[in-house]
Every structure is written in structure tokens, then in C-alpha cells.
Design a binder for this molecule. Structure first.
Ligand SMILES: Cc1ncc(C[n+]2csc(CCOP(=O)(O)OP(=O)(O)O)c2C)c(N)n1
Length: 332
């Protein structure tokens, strides 16, 4: 392995943090501490961590309704993340965004969105701004297999190709969009093939292998930085939980779930590190313990934080107030 011991620890630790964060979110949803919907990322950790490890702090990402992993991998902090999910004033968006709408602009995370595929044109816009500002930044755009059936995906790829924009489209193919199998709703089985229509090169990688994702994304990022334009990378992966908390997963078999659990990105990577004598099993257990403690203290911070003050309800919004609308004549 080419990476330093510190880098390897970093990837393992981050994947563990994401997994433990998601398991804690599941528990807090069940206890009604977190309200509303939440789409968990457990199982897909190697994609976010591998991809974000291949870019620099001042590069950008755009994220999806399944975005906790992306945010943490791009430098997001556990306490602010958990506070946001709990709707608290100390959260990334002062508790207004919740699970699906976290943005952490200072870390380069331009935001997640609950409208499937709507982050893809945002990524293309950010990449256009990079090109116009003549910086060497790149934009990583995460989206699912389902999103790639959306019309705006195709418009966005076309524009990115025509303008040779520095964007890497990262398709997280976890085989399902809600309860619909990709094999039933996509005309092609490899989402990577969709890039051909726009003369965009594509690559497919094992999304359960953090180093494989890192290597593949690095190549795409290099092309983008050189000014050679966009690449589509498809990562074959799997979500361990249902689409959201109310999903009984009747559309997939226990055998299929077990098969993918056996490919767990954290277990696979830990084994590789032990087999290559980079870490002992005790050292790995220690890293996990530390991640557990960090998630616990994030929970404590979130639970003890205040809710936003109702007086601030209309802060940070851009629409005129109803009175302004009436006075200005817009409402009669
Ligand atoms: C434009 C739009 N259509 C439909 C939905 C409802 N919806 C939410 S998530 C989802 C499935 C998305 O599947 P995919 O893009 O593969 O992402 P995954 O959930 O598998 O990570 C759908 C259809 C939505 N939020 N937005």
C-alpha cells in the first residue's frame, strides 16, 4: 500500500465514525429524539471516504438525501452533524436543514438535497465557476443509480462535457432506488454506460473497497485538474438499512443482504491492514473504541444543545416578508 500509516488510520477511522454515527441515528430515531425521515449511509462508507480522500480541502462536493457519510468524509464534525439531525441551534444549519439538507460550506460541502438529482446541476454550476475563476479546484458530485434516470442528470452531463468542466460524477450504485431495483428501471445495467452519450469517459470500481475507490477517483480528479473535463465513476455498493426507517425491505432477499454484509468495507479493510502487518487487531479495536466515544459525546452535545429561538424563525431566508409582499402590492 502506497499510503502512509497515518493516512490508512484516517480512512479506517472515518469509515468507523460514519458507521457508528448511522447506528446511533437509527437508535435516536427509534427513541424519537430525532424526528422525521433519515436515509442511512451504512454499507457505503468506502465510497465517501475513498472519494473524499482523493481531493483537497478547498475542492467541493455536492451531496444527496443519503449524505451524512459525504459530509463527515469531507471534514464535517460529529457534534455539529448530530445537532443538526436533532434540530438544534448548534447544528450546521442551525437545526433548519435536518438530515437531508446539511451544508458545510467552509469545508467545501456545498450541500445535500432531498430532491433526487438536484445536486447534479449545482455541481456543474460550481465547476463552471471554478473554470471562470481559473482556480485549480475540482467538484465531486455524489448521486445514486436512481438519480441517473432523471432528466436533469442528462442535461448536466451534456453541459459539463461541452464546457469541459472540472467535475467528477460519482454514481453510488447501491442496486435500488427506494424499493425499485436498478435492473428494472434502468435500460443499462452499468450506470457508467450513460456517460458514453456525452463523450465522457467512465470507470467502474468496487465501492466496498476504500483504496479501489480512492485510486479510481484520483485518476478522474487528475483529468479534471488538467483541464480535460468530466469523468463518471460508478461505485458498486450496497446500503445495509432500508431506504428510510419505515422500509421493511420486502423487495430484497436475506441472502442478498448477507452476501453484501460479508463484503463490509470496514471489516475488509481492517483485515487487509492486519494481514499486511500494518496494524494489530488490538490497535484496530482501539481506533473503534475512540470512534465510539466520539459518537457518544456528539450525541451528548446534540441532546444538551438548545432548540433554535422562535424569534429567529425568519432569519437567513431570502423571501420578502408577507407584509412587504402585501405593501408592495404582490398580494391583493
Ligand atoms: C425528484 C424526486 N423524485 C422522487 C423523489 C422520491 N425519492 C426519494 S429518494 C428516491 C430514490 C433515489 O434512489 P437513488 O438515486 O438510487 O439513491 P439511493 O436512495 O439509492 O441512495 C426517490 C425516488 C424525490 N425525493 N425527488
Amino acid at each position: 500500500m502506497k499510503e502512509s500509516k497515518e493516512e490508512l488510520i484516517g480512512y479506517l477511522r472515518k469509515m468507523m465514525e460514519i458507521r457508528l454515527f448511522e447506528e446511533k441515528v437509527m437508535e435516536l430515531l427509534a427513541r424519537n429524539v430525532i424526528k422525521g425521515a433519515s436515509h442511512l449511509y451504512a454499507g457505503e462508507e468506502a465510497v465517501a471516504v475513498g472519494a473524499c480522500s482523493a481531493i483537497k480541502p478547498d475542492d467541493y462536493i455536492t451531496s444527496t438525501h443519503r449524505g451524512h457519510g459525504h459530509c463527515l468524509a469531507k471534514g464535517g464534525k460529529l457534534p455539529e452533524m448530530m445537532a443538526e439531525l436533532c434540530g438544534k441551534a448548534t447544528g450546521y444549519c442551525k437545526g433548519r436543514g435536518g438530515s437531508m439538507h446539511i451544508a458545510d460550506v467552509t469545508a467545501g460541502n456545498l450541500g445535500a438535497t432531498g430532491i433526487v438529482c438536484s445536486n447534479v446541476p449545482v455541481a456543474v454550476g460550481a465547476a463552471l465557476s471554478v473554470k471562470m475563476r481559473k482556480t485549480s479546484q475540482v467538484v465531486l458530485c455524489f448521486f445514486g443509480d436512481g438519480a441517473s434516470n432523471n432528466g436533469v442528470f442528462h442535461e448536466s452531463l451534456n453541459m459539463a462535457a461541452v464546457w469541459k468542466l472540472p467535475v467528477v460524477f460519482v454514481c453510488e450504485n447501491n442496486l435500488y432506488g427506494m424499493s425499485v431495483a436498478a435492473s428494472r428501471c434502468s435500460a443499462v445495467q452499468d450506470m457508467a454506460d450513460k456517460a458514453k452519450a456525452y463523450d465522457i469517459p467512465s470507470m467502474i470500481c468496487d465501492g466496498m473497497d476504500v483504496l479501489a475507490v480512492r485510486e479510481t477517483i484520483k485518476k478522474a480528479v487528475e483529468r479534471a485538474r488538467k483541464g480535460d473535463g468530466p469523468t463518471l465513476v460508478e461505485c458498486k455498493t450496497y446500503r445495509y438499512f432500508g431506504h428510510s426507517r419505515s422500509d421493511p425491505r420486502a423487495y430484497r432477499t436475506k441472502e442478498e443482504e448477507k452476501e453484501w454484509r460479508n463484503k463490509c468495507p470496514i471489516k475488509q479493510f481492517s483485515k487487509k491492514l492486519v494481514d499486511n502487518k500494518i496494524f494489530t487487531e488490538q490497535e484496530i479495536a482501539q481506533i473503534e473504541k475512540q470512534a465510539e466515544e466520539d459518537v457518544e459525546s456528539a450525541e451528548k452535545f446534540a441532546v444538551e444543545s438548545p432548540y433554535p429561538n422562535v424569534k429567529e424563525l425568519r432569519d437567513d431566508i431570502y423571501a420578502p416578508s408577507p407584509t412587504e409582499l402585501v405593501n408592495g402590492g404582490a398580494i391583493r
